[in-house]
Design a protein around this ligand. Structure first.
Ligand SMILES: [Zn+2]
Ligand SMILES: [Zn+2]
Length: 289
């Protein structure tokens, strides 16, 4: 056990991987190109990146931290490694490995994908509906300009806590959809594109099956009628099933009303969320969203 813990820590501290770097930069490059061709230079994330406003700067820093594998390291430091340790222990002790019972490769893929996507839907739902968790998730919603790299604007502690849910399908099924590189690439490109300025609703596909950029824009809108809508990660069907779907329509402004984000920079914003989270956990009366 001590050996395994040692290897896990070593893995977490192994901060640069050429494969990870290529994975992030190649997908970002292609997505930036697709967006530029679709919307032109004026509305593109590339132009926003060149203008380097504080909100876009934060998104880009988080992209770089992910690409250079530093994100997980900061996550461990800010969460004191507690979530990593708990998930490690669960992973080491429970192995149901139900996926090996399924002999068909495509059925296996389908189940892994559906379980992973519904789990992410509920995790996202909890982040919005639990007042203390919202203080962390607010960081993602504090973006005031849609940019492809807004996909990476997740608070470190939010990502640490999400591990506690992420481990559930792993211990039940014994594998994750992340095992399949090609699927990981497609899903990552989709996550970037829903944060693009393409703003398309993708027709019937976006209406009934997949989260479109226009649907995710509703999720980022600061108009009260759009709050807590379109939680879907890849599939929009969960929102349709559980009554959280809102059809795409023009959004006047994105972000959250009356907040102190995007003023003093990335580090300050990260600490602001953390402070709000801590206050919400320890105060008797939770602050409202
Ligand atoms: Zn959200
Ligand atoms: Zn988003």
């Amino acid at each position: 056990m001590i050996d395994k813990i040692g290897r896990s820590i070593e893995k977490a501290l192994n901060i640069f991987s050429f494969e990870t770097f290529v994975f992030y930069f190649a997908i970002a490059f292609l997505s930036l190109l697709i967006e530029w061709m679709a919307v032109g230079w004026e509305k593109s994330s590339l132009k926003k990146l060149v203008a380097f406003k504080k909100t876009v700067r934060t998104d880009f820093i988080l992209f770089l931290l992910n690409a250079f594998k530093l994100y997980d390291l900061v996550t461990i430091v800010l969460s004191f490694g507690i979530c990593h340790f708990i998930t490690f222990l669960i992973h080491e002790t429970i192995h149901l490995d139900l996926i090996v019972e399924i002999k068909n490769y495509y059925a296996e893929l389908f189940i892994l994908f559906m379980v992973s996507d519904i789990k992410t839907y509920f995790a996202h739902y909890l982040l919005h509906r639990t007042p203390s968790l919202w203080q962390l998730h607010e960081f993602h919603h504090s973006a005031t300009e849609m940019c492809l790299f807004t996909r990476y604007r997740d608070h470190f502690v939010e990502r640490a806590l999400r591990r506690l849910l992420d481990i559930i399908p792993v211990v039940i099924l014994g594998s994750t959809i992340q095992t399949y590189l090609i699927i990981q690439i497609v899903l990552e490109a989709h996550k970037l594109l829903v944060h693009s300025n393409i703003k398309s609703d993708w027709g019937l596909l976006g209406k009934y099956l997949i989260v479109s950029p226009a649907a995710h824009m509703i999720h980022h809108s600061n108009q009260p009628e759009h709050y807590d809508k379109n939680f879907g990660n890849t599939l929009i069907i969960w929102d349709r099933l559980f009554g959280t779907y809102h059809a795409p329509e023009p959004v006047e402004e994105m972000g959250i009303p009356n907040n102190n984000y995007n003023k003093k920079g990335f580090v300050w914003d990260t600490l602001l969320s953390l402070k709000n989270f801590k206050n919400s956990l320890f105060s008797k009366k939770n602050p409202t969203n």
